[in-house]
Design a protein. Structure first.
Length: 119
């Protein structure tokens, strides 16, 4: 999956799968009808599209994720840093902290991550 951006509706659809997986495709159709007011063809069209992107798989009528919610978020975040900050994580953190002060807990967590990555 080279493009990690999902539209708002695709993201809601993905959340339904992550919250309920593994799930039969027929159950996904029912969830989408209730949550998104979609008909069966719409559900299968969007599912096929996201399967082609490498986010989910539909094998033998069972829908599961290829990328977890966390893996997707990590890849999307990396893509954002690459595009907006030319891949510079320090530039991203500097921009982020200009708009929002970090709590001591956040600073401690970031320091822990830095220390772990030094090893």
């Amino acid at each position: 999956m080279s493009d990690y951006k999902l539209g708002a509706v695709e993201a809601r659809f993905a959340e339904l799968i992550w919250e309920h997986e593994p799930l039969p495709s027929g159950e996904l159709v029912k969830l989408c009808e209730a949550a998104l007011c979609w008909k069966k063809p719409t559900t299968y069209t969007v599912l096929r599209k996201l399967c082609e992107k490498g986010l989910f798989r539909n094998e033998n009528g069972m829908v599961t994720s290829i990328l977890s919610r966390e893996e997707y978020a990590a890849r999307q975040s990396g893509q954002f840093v690459d595009e907006a900050f030319h891949g510079s994580l320090p530039a991203f953190v500097a921009a982020f902290t200009r708009e929002r002060r970090l709590s001591q807990q956040e600073i401690d967590e970031l320091q822990r991550l830095i220390d772990e990555n030094r090893r």
